[in-house]
Design a binder for this molecule. Structure first.
Ligand SMILES: [Mn+2]
Length: 235
């Protein structure tokens, strides 16, 4: 079997952000992604491909079998009609533009897509939904990402319940969350406090989770990466 190509999004730093770098490289862009994502994709049988921000999103998606929208900084609130909140990070218009365009192309081409954390929020904003800009009670950023912080309840009959069963303990490293749900999305994972932790598109192969499966100790066998790779392989 040919291993499917899975595109990974990431962030951008500069040489000056990297400890010990040479001054001459201070203004040089450095594209980054967390290897937990690529490791999980490899373990699930896929070939991860990093997607640089300058790559035409249509060219990228048309070569890919699947897309993984990864975690990262906050989406600019203007994307969902809100003002910048006191606790919201400054906008990164290039990454927002790029990932929204990737998702548009993936949806148009029915390319299987998994969103994680920021990726879930992006799926929701892309569908016209909005975000709560600060939910500190879900931001357990002082503890390792391997620690399960709360349980999510999965909607019967959904992809997520097929993968995990009725409930699942998860980590929680996010300070934003879904407020109003976008068009054609179904909420399929929730917390006791009413938080949205998983959404699925009603017609397209798009699944997104608010937790970080790639950081849990079970990452190498987490069925959500197998779902992405299997759907991508069948695409
Ligand atoms: Mn949470």
């Amino acid at each position: 079997m040919v291993r499917p190509l899975i595109g990974l999004t990431g962030g951008r730093l500069y040489g000056r952000d990297i400890v010990g770098n040479l001054d001459v490289l201070g203004d040089s862009p450095v594209d980054i992604f967390y290897a937990d994502y690529s490791r999980a994709v490899i373990a699930a049988g896929g070939i991860p491909v990093f997607l640089p921000l300058e790559l035409d999103p249509r060219d990228a998606v048309d070569k890919l079998d699947g897309l993984l929208l990864t975690g990262g900084d906050d989406i600019a609130p203007g994307r969902y009609g809100a003002e910048l909140g006191d606790h919201t990070q400054l906008p990164e218009p290039t990454r927002d533009d790029y990932e929204l365009a990737l998702l548009s192309r993936a949806a148009a081409q029915k390319v299987p897509t998994l969103g994680i954390c920021r990726g879930l929020q992006l799926v929701n904003v892309h569908a016209g939904g909005t975000l709560h800009q600060h939910v500190p009670e879900h931001a357990f950023i002082e503890q390792p990402g391997t620690v399960e912080q709360h349980v999510v309840t999965l909607e019967a009959g959904s992809v997520l319940s097929d993968l995990y069963g009725a409930t699942k303990p998860v980590n929680s490293l996010h300070h934003q969350s879904v407020a109003t749900v976008g068009a054609d999305l179904q909420v399929t994972a929730t917390t006791e406090d009413g938080g949205v932790e998983g959404v699925e598109h009603r017609e397209l192969p798009i699944v997104a989770v608010q937790w970080h499966p790639e950081m849990l100790t079970t990452a190498a066998t987490d069925p959500i990466f197998r779902w992405l790779v299997d759907c991508a392989g069948a695409n």
